[in-house]
Design a protein around this ligand. Structure first.
Ligand code: CUK
Ligand code: CUA
Length: 667
């Protein structure tokens, strides 16, 4: 009987998973019925016969069936991990459950996200507006590297940080309510890339510039590139109790104008250090219209670029001792001071490096090479002692000390064509994404031999992420290949293809590809995967909470205290929302009035969300239970404007509405 039950489960799960992927959910019931009748009816023979039949009908191999079983999470059961991925050009963050690869949420970060009312007239606008660069309000971002907060080098499930490469900004997301709390604009850099990366106790969130420019974006002609253009690394001080970055306590180190790329913070033995790779040590600036080589070829002349090795603890001491100059309001440790004091030291790295990943034990930094077939491992302890003993091979053109390549490395591993990023498991294995070859290469950090296995992925893998992979204690189990291209993988949707995430089981001796998830809203770069039970998200807000300030809002409205207060041309409406009405539901103002609606949701039950929008005024907020929001607008168009609840909250949801009347001025 037991065997029979097992077989029954197998059929059931296979049917359901395959139905979910291709056929759609009506067939799920059919598959279940078949499974039940197969298992219960004609016994073992009948059951396996119907599996075989199903596999044959759907063209499934045995590996497909086990993959389906490994990823299927029945309704009501939870995933084991959260995957937080950058939303690339969408400017937001995607949250995905692993192993089911179900999309759980899109978190509005830099870009307005209308479902959450993020950036549509409520207090969330104030957070987005803080991310302005110069006079320009920014409504999009190119997000690359999400990083979870850590304690003692382990994800603690409290916060998520993410950078905007296009506009050099960093955002803080609170994982209590999965909502963005802060955006800080880098005043020095004109773009960023090596970030966000946290130090092991989240003392700092690191953000490194990408394309060099004069610090503070001053004008300087390109023929002054060598003298005036610079890179920079910012150490954003994170205040854990406030849950915010403190810009006043943040500082930066001036870097040479080598195009700094990726970065990582040291851990355990290498705590206190940070590593940044770079490209274009040739200082190429292009000039294609004048017949000069484009940056891509100009930047690929030298055999070596420079890994930047940074002693940030020492840097912090020098900053506190006032060795800085202030640029665009931020304390900056000058490059020559940093070089002379052992805060900034260089070491060669092979051609067009990409990827910069510290091993879980903190003993090595792994750097890939887009135009090299190796990954190089740098020994963090050796580099530390070379710097302490000032044993250098020479200097770069800016006088910065350069360590000998051979003195600094542990070794190299011949990986294949275009190794990029590397992640780790719990058994001393590393998994490197190999872009040109479209494979995940598994190799051992213990013997540094050739990869023991290569798994085909589809296609052109960029980043790769592993379960708890950037911590001091990775889990193994899963990696996700984040592939740039997906031609022939999914139903066609026109010339703009989705990206393709592929979940890989790494728990056995051989890697097994489990599932594909097309990402149809962005090109994610990096992602991090955290054990689900580390997060303790809120279910409802404390009554009157404004999530954008994390305070009980001073304008919170209690039931029975609703009112409209008119003062000259200022109108304040103190409003409540509860199933299924607003109080008040009739608001009359005069044309030209400045109107503020203070709305509190009086709901306290889970998942009882209301929304609020007014015709034509481009206003939309989401009102989760207990939440308070403040909406301000000028009633500049006279007329009659219904407002209503945008979330199907109850049987009388359609009746949850009211009117804004804007009385025309007497002319
Ligand atoms: S980068 Cu996109 S694949 Cu921004 Cu981390 Cu390498
Ligand atoms: Cu409230 Cu619909």
């Amino acid at each position: 009987m037991r065997a029979l039950t097992l077989v029954g489960i197998t059929i059931l799960a296979t049917g359901v998973v395959s139905a979910g992927i291709v056929v759609g959910c009506e067939n799920q019931h059919l598959a279940q019925q078949q499974a039940v009748s197969g298992g219960g009816g004609s016994g073992n023979l009948g059951a396996s016969a119907s599996i075989q039949q199903l596999m044959k009908e759907r063209g499934l191999r045995e590996a497909d069936v086990t993959a389906a079983l490994k990823t299927y999470v029945p309704t009501g059961k939870m995933d084991e991990y959260y995957l937080f991925t950058s939303g690339g050009q969408s400017g937001n963050v995607n949250v995905i459950g692993v192993p089911s690869m179900r999309i759980l949420k899109v978190i509005g970060v830099f870009s307005p996200e209308s479902w959450q009312g993020w950036g549509y007239g409520g207090d969330s606008n104030k957070i987005i507006e803080k991310g302005a660069q110069g006079p320009h309000r920014l409504y999009w971002a190119d997000t690359h590297h999400p990083n979870l907060s850590e304690m003692k080098g382990d994800y603690d499930g409290k916060f998520l940080f993410i950078n905007d490469k296009a506009n050099a900004r960093v955002a803080v997301v609170d994982l209590e309510d999965f909502s963005t709390k802060q955006i800080v604009a880098n005043p020095l850099a004109a773009s960023d890339h090596g970030g966000t990366f946290v130090t092991p106790n989240t003392e700092y969130v690191i953000e490194t510039s990408q394309y060099p420019a004069p610090l503070g974006r001053e004008y300087a002609p390109l023929d002054q590139y060598k003298d005036k253009y610079r890179g920079v690394v910012v150490f954003w001080k994170f205040d854990r109790t406030k849950g915010r970055i403190d810009p006043a306590k943040s500082w930066a180190i001036e870097l040479p104008p080598y195009t700094q790329d990726l970065a990582d913070a040291g851990k355990l033995d290498s705590d206190g250090w940070a590593y940044i790779n770079s490209l274009n040590t040739e200082l190429a600036t292009g000039g294609t219209l004048q017949g000069k080589p484009p940056i891509e070829s100009g930047a690929s002349q030298n055999d070596m670029d420079y890994l930047h090795v940074i002693n940030w603890k020492k840097g912090e001491e020098l900053v506190n001792a006032g060795k800085t100059k202030t640029i665009a309001g931020m304390r900056v440790l000058p490059m020559d001071v940093a070089g002379a004091e052992g805060v900034l030291t260089l070491v060669g790295e092979p051609k067009s490096p990409h990827g910069c990943d510290v091993t879980p034990d903190g003993k090595n930094v792994v750097v890939g090479g887009k135009l090299d077939t190796h990954v190089t491992l740098y020994d963090t302890a050796k580099m530390k002692s070379l710097i302490e003993q000032k044993k250098f091979e020479g200097k770069d053109i800016y006088g910065l000390p350069v360590m000998g390549f051979k003195d600094a490395v542990t070794g190299q591993v011949e990986i294949g064509l275009g190794p990029l990023h590397t992640v780790f498991d719990d058994k001393g294995n590393a998994y490197t994404s190999v872009f040109i070859e479209s494979v995940v290469a598994k190799w051992s950090t213990k013997d540094l031999k050739k990869p023991v296995e290569k798994l085909k992925v589809h296609y052109n893998i960029g980043h790769i992420t592993a379960a708890e992979g950037d911590t001091v204690s990775p889990d193994g189990k899963y990696v996700v290949a984040m592939n740039k291209m997906s031609m022939d993988r999914f139903l066609p949707v026109g010339p703009l293809f989705p990206q393709n995430f592929q979940l890989v089981d790494i728990s056995g001796d051989k890697m097994q590809l489990l599932a594909d998830l097309p990402i149809g809203n962005s090109e994610p770069h990096y992602a991090q995967m955290i054990k689900a039970d580390k997060l303790k998200p809120l279910k409802v807000y404390k009554p009157g909470t404004n999530p954008y300030t994390d305070q009980i809002d001073p304008n919170r409205v209690e039931g029975g205290k609703e009112r409209i207060v008119k003062n000259g041309n200022k109108v304040e409406v103190f409003m409540t929302a509860i199933r299924s009405h607003y109080v008040p539901d009739q608001i009359e103002v005069d044309e030209g009035d400045d109107v503020t609606l203070h709305i509190t949701s009086l709901e306290s039950a889970e998942d009882q969300t209301h929304g609020f929008t007014i015709d034509m005024y481009n206003v939309h907020v989401s009102l989760e239970p207990g939440k308070h929001d403040n909406i301000s607008f000028k009633a500049d168009v006279p007329g009659t404007f219904p407002f209503y609840c945008t979330e199907f909250c109850s049987a009388l949801h359609l009746e949850m509405a009211g009117y804004l009347l804007v009385k025309p001025k007497q002319h």
